[in-house]
Write a protein that binds this ligand. Structure first.
Ligand code: ACO
Length: 349
């Protein structure tokens, strides 16, 4: 039986450390509020002009590819997850292909926000299992610091997010019991607007208002991205934090249990749970609900904040580098985020 194995893993976080205290320069907040609500102490911000979502992905990918013992030219397919792409289009996959001088391989962009990496891994897993590709680069990268509202108006969102990238190389293996055992993907679009960035977009939510009824196509067209949106802060992510929290603490344990049950396993069998680093309180709640010990869960949100699509591969990479993920270990990846979408992957390292 062919299964996908992680043959190489890499991560990159920018040099600039931004503490909670640093954020006081911009907004009315406090270190105590941020730590108490989220567990975050500091995060990294990319270099303003020299680093992008793609350049950080390149750094993480180089390490993953080298650790897999191959070269960028050996990669057969790219799956790139991000919500903060360099361009509105084209996606970052092709920019990574260009930057790493890869062959004219397929490059797919995944837009599933916090669960983007687990979704991307699941897509790549299908191509490996069917024998379509031999070396797939799966990447999660985010440059949030360029698109946050640093005024007090946006503080409930801005303090949470950080920049960084993580990448893995997936390869086929026939080694008994090793590799990705199963992946589980879900969505519920009913809550799409409670954690979202509406603009620029084609949704026309604002334009339904009476005052725009007489606008012609040209005028409406100009509203794809308008001065009013900028003035009103409607170009920044919106989040109803308490609503996200309530749903996340239900769906995280549910999707982890789904993965375990699909493989006739239980929480006690998990050697390492890598939850999406959304909020330390959510991770602690999940840990408690599943009855997991501290040694079974990896958290690094304290140092990096929430890096969305990059958070799972960064945490997995650090856990592996620290020797907390070893050959034969049962590793569970789980994520929940905007959409809502949520997902899990169970793998034998
Ligand atoms: N500093 C100080 N005060 C703040 C800040 C801040 N950064 N942000 C909000 N507040 C204030 C609010 O204005 C509000 O004040 P008020 O009571 O005077 O109106 C008060 O704090 C409480 O606001 P809430 O939004 O109710 O705060 P809550 O305790 O729910 O914490 C938080 C907010 C941390 C966002 C929480 O709801 C949460 O963790 N939600 C889960 C969402 C999440 O983890 N998102 C991560 C990104 S999405 C993802 O990865 C899936």
């Amino acid at each position: 039986m062919i299964r996908s194995v992680i043959a190489g893993i890499g991560m990159y976080v920018p040099e600039q450390v931004v503490t909670n205290q640093d954020l006081l320069k911009y907004m009315d907040t406090s270190d105590a509020w941020i730590q108490e609500r989220t567990g975050i102490q500091e995060r990294r911000y990319a270099h303003r002009t020299q680093e992008t979502t793609t350049t950080m992905a390149v750094e993480a990918s180089r390490i993953a590819i080298e650790r897999a013992g191959i070269t960028p030219q050996d990669i057969d397919f790219i799956v790139f997850a991000t919500l903060s792409p360099d361009y509105y289009f084209p996606g970052c996959g092709v920019l990574l292909q260009r930057a790493m001088k890869m062959r004219e391989i397929g490059a797919l962009d995944v837009r599933n926000q916090c669960s983007g990496f687990v979704y991307a891994l699941s897509v790549a897993d299908q191509f490996i299992r069917t024998g379509t590709y031999k070396n797939i680069l799966v990447v999660g990268s985010e440059k949030h610091s360029f698109g946050l509202d640093f005024t007090t108006r946006g503080r409930n969102v801005s303090v949470i997010f950080g920049d960084g990238a993580g990448a893995v190389v997936l390869q086929p293996s026939t080694e008994e019991g090793r590799g990705i055992l199963s992946t589980h993907l879900h969505s519920d679009g009913d809550s799409a607007e409670i954690l979202a960035m509406y603009n620029p977009g084609t949704h026309a939510n604002h334009w339904k208002e009476e005052k725009y009824a007489d606008f012609d196509d040209a005028e409406i067209g100009q509203m794809f991205f308008s001065h009013a949106m900028i003035d009103n802060g409607q170009i920044y992510p919106y989040m109803d934090g308490p609503a996200v929290f309530k749903k996340a603490v239900i769906k995280f344990p549910e999707v982890i249990m789904e993965a375990l049950q699909a493989n006739n396993l239980g929480p006690a069998d998990i050697n390492m749970l890598i939850p999406h680093q959304a909020n330390l309180r959510i991770a602690q709640f999940v840990q408690q609900k599943l009855g997991l010990g501290d040694h079974q869960v990896y958290n690094n949100i304290q140092r990096y904040g929430n890096t969305t699509a990059a958070s799972v591969p960064i945490a997995l990479c650090e856990a592996w580098q620290e020797g907390r993920v070893k050959p034969g270990d049962l590793v569970c990846l789980a994520a929940f985020g905007s959409g809502f979408t949520w997902a899990s992957a169970l793998l034998r390292w």
